[in-house]
Design a protein around this ligand. Structure first.
Ligand code: HEC
Ligand code: HEC
Length: 409
């Protein structure tokens, strides 16, 4: 049904053309003799159309050497490759529509009966001289784009090709662009190695494939060589730090490593806080911080590795009010006895730490320095008692007792 409708349209268009041509002045039909002879002879096959229309009326402007509008009508294959003919669809073929609307050939319109013959030929499948329907182009795929990193200096290009109505007779890889000309090891194989990639940048390769009818199609693939895939350094500023007035200073040591290089630089900065603290040795792993006042500060350590990659960590310094004097009896009765002793007494005191007497407890206490006292550290970092950390108030009580000289009272 669809074909019939189309043909009806074509016939009416041609009829209109015929009508106008018949009404035209004789000189406008400057090729009337020509068209008469060809009209009577033009059959709907490629040979006839080529001999009687294309060669005499089109080739002058549509040869390989001067392809008007890029259109080369030299032979059947170049004509079909142009895409101006869609077999079975005259109206979709600009080859036909440019004739029927009189734009081609530019000054000497074809005889309408010849146009009709061409419409018929396209409608019938635009067969070649041997009666074959137009060649189907081969299919080609140059593969996925590749992103690689130094020091890799070779890649494998993996293309694929097939021909729906024949065979692929030739394949060739060429380099289209890139900061350097590379060596394509097997340019005539679908899969080839490319070597010599040692200049950073983007490269492009083209795979060109030819089928048994001489049709060539191409596809491209990009390869980009990027700087060394550097791994980021890692850094930790450790646990948050708690100091107590009248102390106004502390120091922090960062732990940093770079698994594929080395740490080239440390930089300590203050992120926030109730005042601007003074930092010394801010370009080393251990920073000294002075001039702190009551409140919470945040400091940042940024490390840079030998390839320029950065990582950072943040750490809080909490400055608490000055210690309130606590008695050992109070701390012992409210915290140590009820919360520690069940694991820290007798022959099998856990971790070898017996907490039964003042003297034994003092083995992990540095007077006036809770932050250096194992007893306080293990409570501050929430590892003691295991799975049941102390409250801030309880921690403060232990710290206050230590920082007020840890008396035995
Ligand atoms: C005097 C030169 C000349 C002759 C003769 C000529 N052409 Fe063209 N043709 C051109 C030029 C130039 C273009 C590109 C500019 C354009 O599209 O108008 C072109 C474009 C075309 C196109 C492309 C139109 C499109 O829009 O895709 C087709 C199809 C075409 N010609 C077919 C023919 C056929 C068939 C003949 C012979 C029957 C023919 N031409 C004769 C000069 C010519
Ligand atoms: C449920 C058992 C348990 C309780 C309760 C407990 N601990 Fe421990 N503690 C352990 C174990 C087990 C170890 C050894 C393993 C380790 O160090 O984590 C240990 C180790 C320690 C150490 C390290 C000793 C050393 O020589 O390094 C300290 C300090 C400590 N505990 C303090 C306390 C304090 C203070 C309390 C009470 C607030 C407490 N623990 C409550 C089980 C306990």
């Amino acid at each position: 049904m669809r074909i019939k409708t189309k043909m009806t349209l074509i016939f009416s268009l041609v009829a209109i053309l015929l009508f106008f041509q018949n009404c035209s002045a004789p000189e406008s039909l400057n090729s009337s003799e020509d068209s008469k002879s060809s009209a009577s002879n033009l059959a709907s096959n490629y040979n006839d159309i080529n001999e009687k229309v294309i060669k005499p009326k089109c080739l002058y402007c549509h040869s390989t050497f001067s392809p008007g509008g890029g259109l080369d009508l030299t032979d059947f294959d170049t004509m079909m490759e142009s895409g101006t003919i869609i077999p079975g669809d005259p109206e979709g073929s600009s080859f036909y529509t440019s004739l029927v609307n009189g734009s081609m050939p530019p000054t000497t319109p074809l005889d309408p009966q010849n146009i009709l013959a061409i419409a018929q030929w396209i409608e019938d499948g635009a067969r070649d001289a041997t009666g074959q329907i137009g060649n189907k182009l081969p299919l080609v795929n140059a593969g996925n784009d590749l992103y690689i990193y130094e020091p890799q200096n070779t890649v494998t290009l993996k293309g694929s090709a097939s021909d729906p109505d024949g065979v692929v007779v030739a394949k060739v890889w060429t380099q289209i662009e890139g900061p350097k000309t590379l060596n394509i090891v097997s340019p005539n194989n679908l899969t080839t190695e490319v070597t010599g990639l040692n200049v950073l940048g983007h490269y492009e390769f083209e795979l060109s494939v030819e089928d048994d009818k001489g049709d060539i199609v191409t596809d491209r693939v990009k390869v980009s060589l990027n700087p060394f895939n550097n791994l980021l350094p890692v850094v930790s500023a450790g646990l948050d730090i708690n100091i107590q007035l009248p102390a106004t200073a502390t120091s922090i040591t960062a732990l940093a490593a770079d698994s594929d290089g080395s740490i080239a630089n440390y930089l300590w900065t203050q992120n926030s806080g109730p005042s601007i603290a003074s930092l010394s040795n801010a370009n080393t792993k251990t920073v000294s911080i002075n001039g702190l006042s009551l409140g919470t500060y945040v400091f940042k350590i940024t490390v840079t590795d030998n390839k320029g990659a950065e990582s950072f960590d943040l750490v809080k310094v909490i400055v608490d009010p000055a210690a309130i004097a606590r008695t050992f009896t109070d701390v012992n009765n409210t915290i140590f006895k009820p919360k520690c002793l069940n694991c820290h007494q007798g022959g099998n005191a856990r971790g070898g730490y017996n907490m039964e007497t003042y003297a034994q407890i003092m083995s992990l206490v540095v007077k006036n320095n809770a932050n250096e006292s194992g007893l306080f550290i293990r409570c501050w970092d929430d590892t003691m008692p295991p799975g049941n950390p102390l409250s801030k108030a309880e921690k403060d009580k232990i710290r206050d007792w230590i920082n007020t000289n840890a008396p035995n009272n």
